[in-house]
Design a protein around this ligand. Structure first.
Ligand SMILES: *Cc1c(COP(=O)(O)O)cnc(C)c1O
Length: 395
């Protein structure tokens, strides 16, 4: 029995009441809860121009449409990410190229991005950086490289609501604020910070993009009077369809759950940060374990994941042996992520030897449990179990 999964949602009686209220209200979808959630999400996280959608993949897909990712203009993203970061571009028939990442943080850097631009053989519309685990990438550095090559910058911020980042000029920006990037995508899958069942949001820098993204989320139904063809009779029913869209709507049921979760977003984030500090302390005493993705300023990290780098060769056990031994002790772990070039779907995008940073990160990484419902004592227990499992002399 896994007592501590690597991530776990928290649902309170307030969350349940919020959902129940919507179930008894006139609108289950396309009602008032969506806009309420978008506004609250912006206020609480510092994200800007948020359009709530059905999941994080839909958010990426719409960001890519808006950024002009297409058959003739591709995407660069890191391979150490969830499938959706690249798949959303593939769904637009766009070519994808991978940028290597830093072997310690797993993040794309201005240097690895520049190397990817120099190698790529097709035009690039946009670059997606992934704030892996909740640690933000060097946005101003990446933006400089993107500007040089005429590409837009998109944040895959699915791990990073509430994360902050101090720019090279000293300003601090929030994930999804779009002060530097052009678009950002969030996911509200229950393993992420805000649990909605399924849900997501796409954010944008430019207000005109906000209305386009809102329209694309709902079949491309445009109700603005200015765009109506002059020969169309105007009435309460009028709309025009000028661009094919999707049904990427979030329901009011999900939005109400999200808004209720947002009420304790800040305290949950503080708790993740506090628990991570305890891990840092207790893991520092264990050989062959290095906490990964440590930022200069830990209070800017949103701690979706707590990943450690393990030196399996020195430990004398494989990763799956370590995972199995931990599972026996009730501790769930996960690997974030199998680099995308290792999947048959991306075989044409390179192989392991092309991405030494991603390979090193992947070979060593393991995510251990982190979620607000954990107690400080649980962290000690998990750290202790990890020390036992890694100490092969005792096994
Ligand atoms: C979860 C996640 C997504 C996709 O979000 P869904 O809501 O599951 O569609 C995309 N990118 C990253 C990095 C994620 O972790």
């Amino acid at each position: 029995m896994i007592r501590f999964p690597y991530s776990k949602q928290s649902i309170t009686s307030d969350d349940i009441s919020a959902v129940n209220r919507v179930l008894a209200a006139p609108f289950l979808t396309q009602g008032p809860e969506i806009r309420k959630f978008e506004i609250a999400f912006e206020r609480v996280t510092g994200a800007r121009n948020a359009v709530a959608v059905s999941n994080g993949t839909a958010a990426l897909h719409l960001a890519y449409v808006a950024a002009g990712v297409s058959r003739s203009k591709g995407l660069i993203c890191p391979p150490v990410t969830f499938l959706a970061t690249a798949a959303a571009a593939k769904l637009l028939c766009a070519p994808v190229a991978f940028s290597d990442v830093d072997p310690i943080t797993g993040l794309m850097t201005p240097e690895t991005l520049r190397a990817a631009f120099e190698k790529v053989s097709f035009d690039i519309a946009a670059v997606t950086c992934v704030h892996l685990g909740g640690r933000m990438c060097d946005l101003s550095g990446l933006k400089e490289v993107c500007d040089e090559y005429g590409a837009l910058l998109i944040e895959d911020a699915c791990h990073a609501p509430g994360a902050k980042h101090t720019l090279r000029d000293g300003r601090t920006v929030a994930a999804g604020s779009c002060e530097i990037a052009d678009y950002a995508a969030f996911s509200f899958h229950p393993v992420k910070h805000i649990a909605m069942g399924e849900g997501g949001a796409v954010c944008c820098k430019r207000p005109e993009d906000f209305s386009r993204l809102s329209t694309l989320r709902n079949h491309g139904i445009d109700r603005s009077k200015e765009t109506l063809p002059i020969d169309q009779e105007v009435g309460p029913w009028s709309y025009v369809n000028t661009e094919i869209g999707w049904n990427y709507r979030l329901t009011d049921i999900q939005a109400a759950l999200g808004s209720s979760q947002l009420m304790r977003f800040k305290s949950s984030l503080d708790r993740r940060r506090m628990l991570s500090r305890i891990y840092d302390q207790s893991l520092s005493a264990i050989d062959h374990v290095t906490p990964a993705m440590q930022p200069d300023n830990p209070s800017e990290h949103s701690w979706h994941l707590y990943a450690v780098a393990l030196d399996f060769a020195c430990i004398g056990k494989s990763r799956s042996e370590v995972m199995e031994d931990l599972a026996v002790k009730g501790i769930g772990t996960q690997v974030h992520y199998i680099p995308l070039y290792r999947h048959p779907t991306y075989a044409a995008c390179g192989r392991s030897s092309d991405f030494p940073g991603a390979e090193q990160y992947y070979q060593n990484t393991l995510s251990i449990p982190l979620y607000p419902g954990l107690m400080p004592d649980d962290i000690d227990l998990i750290s202790h179990a990890l020390a036992e499992v890694l100490d092969t002399k005792n096994n």
